[in-house]
Every structure is written in structure tokens, then in C-alpha cells.
Design a protein around this ligand. Structure first.
Ligand SMILES: [Zn+2]
Length: 417
């Protein structure tokens, strides 16, 4: 049986702390048929390369790219496209609400970052489009031996966060809980998150014996004024003038024209992919573009004993990735098919391949962590699934579009592979 051609995500600083570790990485790639390394870059790398040529991280990147090139292993610069994680918002490249997403309730991510530090760029902001497109082309200009750009987090964030709290012994608290009202949770480090009281149930008000309270926050983006305006232009649908708040408008859209909203949402992300493709090809005509994509929203349905929700990555994340393949915007895709049993992995992989009609290769992501360990034997089961699919779907011997797996990530896989 022929071996699979694979890919791997790579973060520096863990196993690869100096140039001496690169040989080990190369041997691992050769042993595991890894032909594409997706190496994470940060905006600091560009600045450091031009200002501090002797920086140790930059030296490692340069040596790694050289060694990989000698061994016919492509290196792609991976970026976190629409998410920036930081404790200090003054360090962000774009300042101000205008560039960050607003959720279903009208709360700006600039004011309330995810988990206190996750900032979501709004893909309809011209500032964001320019920043991302230039960032990608600058990576290729600065590190000119890279084969392309790999887009991580090329999507909207989505999570319908629900807290179901037992209030039997909550005492007087139940007297102030009213449906529809916001409730703010603030941590000692200053991180804040707002929830909304969705449902209140009490057994008695006197004495106060509660039953339950459900708090909910729909982290569903982006409903900022600009996006609502663009949605109306895009869909030719007019949001009724009597609706005043963002939340009223968002509710109206989702109950009256969800299909048009989903299309606008996904087209916005596709437009950004197109804009990045144009930008990178202007500096390197044969630069490849690839992306990490999801199979479901929210992710990890099997871990929660929930069924797959078909096309939910399109609806909630705005990822119409089969269209990216169809239009030739991406050269390969890495679906993050994590936390799936081999049986469900096979099902997901089969459906994903069907969707892109074998136009481009796919490297099906496998995650291995301490929490979700995969043995060498179990890995073989996943690999056999992809090999079987390759054999059964290959149209001819000249069909080079073989699919493989994508290791997430080198550090967690290297000891067993
Ligand atoms: Zn917006």
C-alpha cells in the first residue's frame, strides 16, 4: 500500500528551541511523509527580522526553511487570521471598536474580549482587510523561501454559551433575577463577561426557594452597524426602521431572513480569502494559499455526546470552504477533524471530500494532546481510512491529488511517530 503524503502544524519554542533540533524535525518529516510544514508566524517575526538579524527565533526559522527546502519539504507561514490573543489591547495593531466584531446582543468584542484576551477582527473593516492582506504578503517578502500562507482562524467566532444554575438555595438572590436582564461576571484580573437572564423558575417567593436560572450569551458575530448596513445592501432586505437596538435587529434577521444572513456572513469570509489570495500572488505568483477549516460548530460534538450539525461551520463560522476550492482561491485545505472516533472520522472525511469534488488535496487534521491521547495503533486506523479513500476514489494513475493527514502538532506527535 502506498504511503500517504502528509502535512503538520508546527510551533517553535517547544521541541525546537535551537538550530540543533532541526535535524530531528527533518528526520520526523521524512519518516512520516510530511511534505508540508505549516509554521506559525507572529507579526513580531517581521519586525524582528528587519531589526535584529541575530535574533535566535529568526535564525531558527531561516535555518529550518533552508533545511526543509533541501529536503523537498514545503514550509508555509501560518497566521491567526481574524483572532489576536493578548492581555494588553494597546499592543494590538488596530485600535478602536470599529475594527472588532459586535455580537448578537450588541456587545463589542473590543470592550469584552473572549476570555478576557481574545480579540476578533471584523472582516468588513477596511483596516482589517488591509492589515491581513499586507501581513500575508509581507511574510512572503521577508521570508522569501516559503511556499505559501496557511490561514488559521479564517472565520467568525461562535459559541452559544449557556449556564443552567440551580437556585434552590440561592436565597434572596432570586428576588432580583428578572428575565431579559443582563448580569455581569467580573474576575479578579478585571476580565468581564456579560450574560443575559434567559429563564427564571422559582418554587416559592416567600420564603425564597428558587428552582433554576438559565443565563445565556450568544457569542454570534458580527452585528455591528457597518455589517448590518452591508447586509442590507448585499441581500436587498430592509431591516424595519422601528427596530432600534442591535439585539432587536439581530433577532429580527435570524427569525426572518437567516438564509440571506448566512450567505452574507459566508461571502464576507470568502471575500477576505480572495483578497489575501490576490495580495500574496502579487508578491509571489506561485504562492500557495491554504486554510484550516472546521467540520462542525461548536466543535467537539462527539465529546459532548451530540450529533453533528450539518453545514454548521458555514452557518456559524462563515466557512464556505468548498467555494474557496471551487474558485481556486486555496491550493489545499486542512480540516480540523479532531476528537472523532475512527468511525465518525471516516464519515466526516468522506463528506468533506465529496463537497470539494477532489479539486484540491485535503490533509485531515488529527489532534493529539494529554487530554485526548491517540496511540500509534489508533493513528494507523485513521491513516488506513484516508488511504482506502484515496485508493477507491482515484480516477487515474496520473491523478496526483492524493489526500493525507495533518498532524496537530509536531510536538505532541513526534514521540510516537
Ligand atoms: Zn461588523
Amino acid at each position: 500500500m502506498r504511503n500517504l503524503q502528509n502535512a503538520a502544524w508546527l510551533y517553535l519554542g517547544r521541541s525546537i528551541k535551537d538550530i540543533g533540533h532541526i535535524d530531528q524535525l527533518i528526520s520526523w518529516c521524512i519518516r512520516n511523509n510530511v511534505a508540508k510544514l505549516l509554521l506559525q508566524f507572529s507579526p513580531m517575526d517581521l519586525k524582528t527580522r528587519s531589526e535584529h538579524a541575530n535574533n535566535s527565533r529568526i535564525k531558527i526559522i531561516d535555518a529550518l526553511v533552508d533545511k526543509c527546502t533541501e529536503n523537498n519539504i514545503e514550509v508555509h507561514g501560518m497566521i491567526s487570521t481574524l483572532l489576536s490573543i493578548t492581555q494588553d489591547k494597546n499592543s494590538l495593531p488596530l485600535q478602536g471598536k470599529n475594527h472588532y466584531c459586535v455580537d448578537y446582543h450588541g456587545i463589542s468584542n473590543w470592550e469584552e474580549p473572549l476570555g478576557g484576551r481574545g480579540f476578533l477582527f471584523d472582516p468588513t473593516s477596511d483596516g482589517v482587510k488591509t492589515l491581513v492582506a499586507n501581513y500575508c504578503s509581507d511574510i512572503l517578502k521577508t521570508f522569501n523561501k516559503l511556499s505559501g500562507i496557511h490561514l488559521d482562524f479564517i472565520r467568525y467566532f461562535y459559541y452559544d454559551s449557556i449556564l443552567d444554575i440551580n437556585t434552590k438555595n440561592a436565597g434572596q438572590l432570586i428576588l432580583i433575577l428578572k428575565e431579559g436582564y443582563p448580569i455581569k461576571l467580573e474576575m479578579a484580573d478585571g476580565s468581564k463577561t456579560t450574560y443575559f437572564i434567559e429563564k427564571v423558575e422559582n418554587s416559592y417567593m416567600d420564603p425564597p426557594i428558587g428552582k433554576s436560572v438559565v443565563l445565556r450569551r450568544r457569542c454570534y458575530f458580527c452585528f455591528c452597524d457597518r455589517c448590518l448596513e452591508l447586509f442590507q445592501e448585499h441581500s436587498k432586505i430592509k431591516i424595519p426602521g422601528e427596530l432600534k437596538t442591535t439585539n432587536e435587529k439581530a433577532k429580527w434577521i435570524l427569525s426572518n431572513c437567516q438564509v440571506s444572513w448566512d450567505k452574507f456572513h459566508a461571502d464576507t469570509i470568502t471575500n477576505l480569502v480572495r483578497c489575501i489570495k490576490t495580495s500574496i500572488c502579487s508578491v509571489k505568483s506561485d504562492a500557495q494559499l491554504s486554510a484550516a477549516i472546521w467540520y462542525n460548530s461548536p466543535y467537539g460534538n462527539e465529546l459532548r455526546n451530540e450529533p453533528l450539525s450539518p453545514s454548521s461551520e458555514y452557518k456559524h463560522f462563515g466557512q464556505e470552504w468548498w467555494k474557496w476550492a471551487d474558485e481556486g482561491l486555496v491550493d489545499f485545505l486542512c480540516p480540523m477533524d479532531y476528537w472523532l472516533s475512527p468511525e465518525n472520522y471516516k464519515d466526516v472525511v468522506t463528506k468533506q471530500l465529496k463537497k470539494i469534488k477532489r479539486k484540491i488535496p485535503m490533509y485531515f487534521g488529527l489532534l493529539r494532546t494529554d487530554e485526548y491521547s491517540i496511540s500509534a495503533n489508533r493513528l494507523d486506523e485513521y491513516k488506513n481510512i484516508v488511504m482506502d479513500i484515496n485508493i477507491h476514489t482515484q480516477n487515474s494513475i496520473s491523478d496526483q491529488k492524493n489526500n493525507g493527514i495533518c498532524y496537530f502538532h509536531y510536538d505532541t506527535w513526534k514521540d510516537i511517530t
